[in-house]
Design a protein. Structure first.
Lengths: 361, 413
């Protein structure tokens, strides 16, 4: 800490010279990573993993802490046709406090404009924007003694971060990984998984090629969890993959009364929390007002009212949409958390009104 | 001469007015759809050049002042670079970013919600007085405070009073202290004088202006001179020169926007039930362009395309040149006036108006362009006071101005 205090002071003094801008606004012209105004990163390497997936090795700039927990995701903003587009991807590299890079692994989705751009169109050297690591699909430290990973397709990425962490710390407990992929060729990290399996007696990998063998019928006595991993009920389970697979897994665990043991990661925004109650949202500076229900986000409400709302990822990752809540209460639709302090900063894309509120825009 | 009804003045049928509106909407849609990587590269390049000039100017001043031989050429070069940087920042970058011209990039670092420009006026107040008041009520007497900025009498309909005799002096002061004049603009001095200003809002605004202005002044007149050591005087003079150059230049450009003879004024009747198409027409009639090469247009923030800027205040400024060709063709088609001339002529006309209107109307003649024979001269409007209505008396904001009329999201640090 002792080193950071004078540095902050230097920056504050520097701001006297650069007002109304920040010193970072000038420094980032020398090196784009020398700025804390927005988290940035430089793409150092694009490593092809399969035909349609690649790992991006990114060197984050100032302000990045390298303290992500294995399993978390980061937001990444890339300028496509002049416009920043945001998505979130799981970090696949193990956290390393002394690290200089992070890695995310991306599969190009057929309809996904950004994912194809990331896999096929991104040149090393490109500067991207980053958002802080988030998510609670994480491996606890110390890890539980017995684990089960249920993975489908690119759902392997957060699990890979966990496995790499266990490998690096030499704390690989009793781990079963069930990995479904359409074909062997599309299996991301298949070589590294084979190496890890070799190196650790505790790690067992089941590979399922769904194009030929069909999907995992979790509840099936012959082909389901009971067959793959008979002691699954005693294992802490992390599942990540396509929505239908996760629904089936969740239903099965619930039926067995084991939902406490299951950790899920979905790639789409789950607005699980209760909605707000709705109300009249007034946009103070543009003088517009709109009456909305509790399921409409503040961002959508503003757009309905014709206010030029800023937005980025629209799923609560990039913080581009953050505005000041002047008064009233909004509820975070992801977790039900409420924000009610006057002049609090709220993410408009994931919050909805609880009663009347006023937003400063 | 002020216009009470643009449609009557332009002799267009309802259908024609709506057709013009649709054609202008199409221009907007075309430009919006074609914004892309080249535009983003343009503004980023502009910002890089501007910050490079600013840094180079500051460093030149701080280093050359120690050498006897380099001091004078260094001061000239440093002041020039710094002045250019300030002009670029205020005109092509700050003004346009705050209009939301670059919001489509989704880049929080180049966004109208948190841009703060290199001048004494706080961005939030500028977005209110300029983006909203001036752009929505352009040239409407009694609404648009930019008709003379509450200091000068710029329309014959504005009531004369003996204080106007001092106009030549006020004008010179306004030009040289332009940034401070602009800083006080949103306070609405007229309202304060009449005691109609809400004291709480006034206090809030004054505090904001004080903080911004103090930082600006400290930077140019204390911190950088102090860093120059024993030759602080040289740096201070160079900084003052750069600020003065920026003040004069922005004053000239801004006075060329609405005060040349062809730009019309309007009475408040025009605002009644004004449609989107009529709003467009008012912008065309109320603004004036000037001619020039690409460099002149960049240094003036593309405000030489004032008509296009007023039609589409939130489209990227680097597109105004191409938009102007289509707007001009449209004006020709419907026989609408399109005021344009060389910069010196446009400013000369504005200056003549300032001088003439320092006297009561009976001593001078109007310079408004002669009316075509089939166009009835609009009625002489009853005299009005300078100034503007309070927000409560104004109709709601128009969507044509872009979403960001006034916002202080608190994210700027």
């Amino acid at each position: 800490m002792s080193a950071t205090i004078p540095w902050e002071r230097v920056r504050r003094v520097g701001a006297r010279l650069t007002t109304p801008l920040h010193p970072d606004d000038y420094l980032s012209l020398v090196n784009p990573l020398w700025s804390q105004r927005e988290l940035r990163g430089r793409v150092e390497e694009v490593v092809p993993e399969t035909e349609d997936a690649a790992t991006l090795v990114i060197r984050p700039g100032w302000g990045w802490r390298f303290d992500h927990r294995p399993g978390q995701y980061v937001g990444i903003g890339v300028q496509v046709d002049g416009r920043f587009q945001w998505r979130s991807y799981s970090v696949s590299s193990a956290p390393r406090r002394s690290g200089r890079t992070i890695a995310i692994t991306v599969r190009a989705m057929p309809e996904g404009l950004l994912s194809s751009h990331l896999v096929n169109g991104l040149e090393p050297g490109t500067i991207v924007r980053l958002a802080k690591p988030e998510g609670d699909f994480v491996l606890p430290d110390p890890p539980p003694r017995r684990l089960l990973f249920l993975v489908g397709g690119s759902g392997i990425t957060p699990v890979m971060a966990m496995l790499r962490t266990l490998d690096r710390r030499h704390t690989m407990p009793d781990v079963v990984l069930h990995y479904s992929s359409p074909t062997p060729e599309r299996m991301i990290f298949r070589d590294e998984l084979a190496r890890l399996e070799e190196a650790h007696d505790g790690l067992v990998v089941h590979r399922l090629h769904t194009d030929t063998d069909g999907i995992l019928e979790v509840g099936d006595r012959e082909r389901g969890l009971d067959a793959v991993c008979p002691d699954w009920r005693e294992r802490e389970t992390w599942a990540c993959g396509p929505g239908p697979m996760l629904d089936a897994v969740a239903a099965h665990y619930e039926a067995e009364g084991l939902e406490d043991r299951l950790h899920l990661e979905r790639f789409t925004l789950q607005l699980g929390g209760d909605g707000g109650e709705g109300g009249a949202i007034r946009f103070r500076s543009s003088g517009k007002e709109v009456e909305v229900d509790g399921a409409t986000t503040v961002l959508e409400a503003g757009e309905q009212a014709g206010v030029g709302m800023p937005y980025g990822c629209r799923m609560g990752i990039c913080h581009t949409c953050t505005l000041t809540l002047v008064s009233g209460t909004v509820r975070d639709l992801r977790n039900g958390e409420e924000y009610a302090q006057p002049n609090e900063q709220v993410q408009t894309c994931v919050t909805a009104a609880v009663g009347d509120c006023v937003i400063d825009i | 001469m002020a216009i009470a009804d643009v449609q009557e003045y332009t002799h267009l049928t309802d259908d024609e007015v709506e057709q013009i509106g649709r054609e202008l909407d199409r221009i907007r849609a075309d430009v919006e759809a074609s914004r892309g990587a080249a535009d983003a590269a343009y503004i980023n390049r502009m910002i890089r050049v501007q910050r490079g000039l600013a840094a180079a100017g500051r460093v030149t001043l701080m280093t050359t002042c120690h050498s006897r031989r380099a001091r004078v050429p260094g001061a000239v070069a440093g002041a020039t670079m710094l002045g250019l940087a300030k002009i670029l920042e205020n005109m092509e970058i700050g003004h346009n970013v705050m209009h939301g011209q670059w919001d489509w990039m989704n880049d929080p670092e180049i966004h109208s919600s948190n841009w703060e420009w290199d001048t004494a006026q706080p961005a939030e107040q500028w977005k209110h007085s300029h983006n909203y008041i001036h752009h929505q009520f352009t040239n409407v007497l009694g609404y648009d405070n930019d008709i003379g900025y509450g200091v000068l009498r710029m329309a014959r309909e504005q009531r004369w009073n003996p204080a106007n005799l001092g106009q030549p002096v006020y004008n010179a002061l306004l030009a040289s202290l332009f940034q401070w004049g602009v800083a006080l603009h949103d306070l609405d001095l007229e309202k304060i004088r009449k005691g109609e200003k809400d004291p709480k809002e006034m206090k809030r605004q004054l505090k904001q202006i004080w903080r911004k202005g103090r930082n600006q002044a400290l930077k140019d007149y204390v911190v950088y001179p102090a860093l120059s050591g024993p030759h602080w005087r040289t740096t201070m003079k160079a900084n003052a020169t750069a600020n003065l150059a920026r003040n004069l230049w922005s004053y000239v450009i801004i006075f060329c926007g609405h005060f040349p003879d062809g730009a019309m004024h309007f009475t408040e009747e025009e605002l009644e039930d004004e449609t989107r198409a009529e709003w467009y027409l008012r912008q065309i009639l109320g603004a004036a362009n000037f001619e020039g090469g690409p460099l002149l247009h960049i240094l003036s923030g593309n405000l030489g395309f004032q008509i296009e800027h007023h039609l589409f205040p939130d489209l990227p400024s680097n597109r105004y040149a191409e938009i102007s060709e289509r707007v001009r063709a449209l004006c020709d088609k419907y026989d609408l006036p399109y005021t344009i001339g060389p910069l010196h002529k446009q400013y000369g006309q504005a200056l003549r108006t300032i001088m003439k209107l320092s006297l009561p109307n009976r001593f001078t003649s109007s310079d408004s362009p002669p009316q075509p024979p089939d166009r009835p001269a609009a009625a002489e409007a009853p005299p009005v006071d300078k100034g503007r209505k309070s927000d409560a008396e104004l109709p709601p904001r128009r969507s044509e101005l872009g979403g960001w009329s006034r916002s202080g999201t608190g994210r700027a640090s």
